[in-house]
Structures are given as structure tokens and as C-alpha cells.
Design a protein around this ligand. Structure first.
Ligand code: PGA
Length: 252
């Protein structure tokens, strides 16, 4: 069956010492308390990765970056390549977060290239998708999110698609304290799974982990994770507090 995952997305928070402290706390709690087989992932800023890797190495906690450049290498001042991330090593890379789509104008087409460079380097993409409030209110949310998958992922072979983790994050729920209801999350996750099944078959769809993101906290995680098609969470704000983050992972 598909992997249950709780991934933290620190975004642009924590200096290096704070990141190291948070990581130590999470690693200790996960090692001591987590027995439900959930894969816990820390999504750190680039400069934290090598230090955090030393603390997560050999533990149940995996490491993720929050972005990658789409080219192999070269004159791209300030950017970080997939081979650099692989050399840390990190296992996962978050791509297509709505903040990157909005503030850095990342398109579905660009994200298709990022997916390719990650898979080429045996890194697992955590591919984010999700609609704005206006799109939801117009009733076009399912179609919109399916199209994000189609334009960025549906060029992949079945073997490659089976490596992808999807994170559905309605933009109106990110950092707002407003969470999608369990019913809203389940509706979208099921629609995405059906859409994947149409292209890649039911078995691949059934094995794809689809995470929910948007104001996940200890108080709502259990209800969200109880939905049959919600396989975990991508957690922003609550991942900055070790106790809250690990409690979310324990909510399964
Ligand atoms: P949030 O962020 O949990 O703070 O809403 C989620 C995300 O952006 O991944």
C-alpha cells in the first residue's frame, strides 16, 4: 500500500542554530514515539541541509529541499542543482509550491522540467498543486488541479510517475488558519486519484501518496488523515514547533 507521509515545510524560517535545535527535537521524538510507520520528512532551506542531514542520517526522518533549478549546472547565480542536492544527500524535493508559482512565476511547463531533473538524479519530487479561492468559488477547482498534474507530470513514463508524491494544497488554506474540511480534501484527493488512474491505471493511482497541505495542525490532522484518500500532510507553520509537528505525524 501507499506510504503515509508527514512532511514539514519550514519555508524561509529558522536560522541555522534554530534549524539544528528543531531537527534534534524532532528526530528524538520520532525515534522515541513514532510507531505507526509514517515517513517523516523535514523540508529545510538550502543552507540547513548539510547540518540537518548529519542529524537525520540513520534515523527514521528523511530530508527534503524546498526547490531546485531545472538545469543540470552552469551560470545560474544563486541557484541550486539536483546533483548538489543529491550529494548532501537529500531524498525529497518540494516543487511547485503555490508561493513559488505566485512569487517566482513558476509555470506548469517549468515544473515539468524540474520533475525531470529530479527523477534523473533519483530525487523524489513532492509535487504541489492547488487552486485559489476564486477558482474554487467558480466551481472549477477539480479541473484546474487535474490540469496542473497533466501539464507537469503526464509526460512521465509509468515507472517515473510511480515515484512522485503529490501534495494538494488549496491556496486559500495555506497559512490562513482556514483548513479545507475533511470532505473538501477527500473530494479533491479522490478526484486526483481517479484522474491518475485514467492515465496510469488503478494500481499506480492506488499506490500514489497524495498529501494534504494548508493549516494542518494537531487539532485537525486526525480528521483529515482519516479520509481514505488523504495519505498525510505537507505542514508549514506547525512544522516549526517540534511537539506539534510530531503530534501531527502521530495522528494516523
Ligand atoms: P501552512 O503551510 O501549514 O502554514 O498552512 C502549508 C504549506 O504551505 O505547505
Amino acid at each position: 500500500m501507499r506510504q503515509k507521509i508527514v512532511a514539514g515545510n519550514w519555508k524561509m524560517n529558522n536560522n541555522l542554530n534554530e534549524g539544528i535545535k528543531l531537527t534534534s527535537e524532532v528526530v528524538n521524538m520520532v525515534q522515541d514515539e513514532l510507531t505507526n510507520g509514517v515517513q517523516v520528512i523535514l523540508g529545510c532551506p538550502f543552507i540547513h541541509l548539510t547540518s540537518v542531514q548529519k542529524l537525520t542520517n540513520g534515523t527514521k526522518v528523511a530530508l527534503s529541499a524546498q526547490n531546485v533549478h531545472q538545469e543540470e549546472k552552469g551560470a545560474y547565480t544563486g541557484e541550486v542543482s539536483a546533483t548538489m542536492l543529491k550529494s548532501v544527500p537529500v531524498q525529497y524535493v518540494i516543487i511547485g509550491h503555490s508561493e513559488r508559482r505566485e512569487y517566482f512565476e513558476e509555470s506548469n511547463e517549468l515544473l515539468a522540467k524540474k520533475v525531470d531533473i529530479l527523477l534523473k538524479n533519483e530525487l523524489i519530487p513532492i509535487f504541489c498543486c492547488g487552486e485559489s479561492l476564486a477558482i474554487r468559488e467558480a466551481g472549477n477547482h477539480v479541473e484546474y488541479v487535474c490540469n496542473q498534474l497533466k501539464e507537469s507530470l503526464y509526460h512521465l513514463s509509468t515507472a517515473d510517475f510511480s515515484k512522485i508524491v503529490i501534495a494538494y494544497e488549496p491556496i486559500w488554506a495555506i497559512g490562513t488558519g482556514v483548513t479545507a474540511s475533511a470532505a473538501q480534501a477527500q473530494e479533491m484527493h479522490l478526484a486526483l486519484r481517479n484522474f491518475i488512474a485514467e492515465k496510469y491505471g488503478q494500481e499506480i493511482a492506488d499506490n500514489t501518496s497524495i498529501l494534504y497541505g494548508g493549516s494542518v495542525k494537531p487539532a485537525n490532522a486526525q480528521e483529515l488523515f482519516a479520509c481514505p484518500d488523504v495519505d498525510g500532510g505537507l505542514v508549514g507553520g506547525a512544522s516549526l514547533k517540534s511537539r506539534d509537528f510530531v503530534d501531527i505525524a502521530k495522528s494516523f
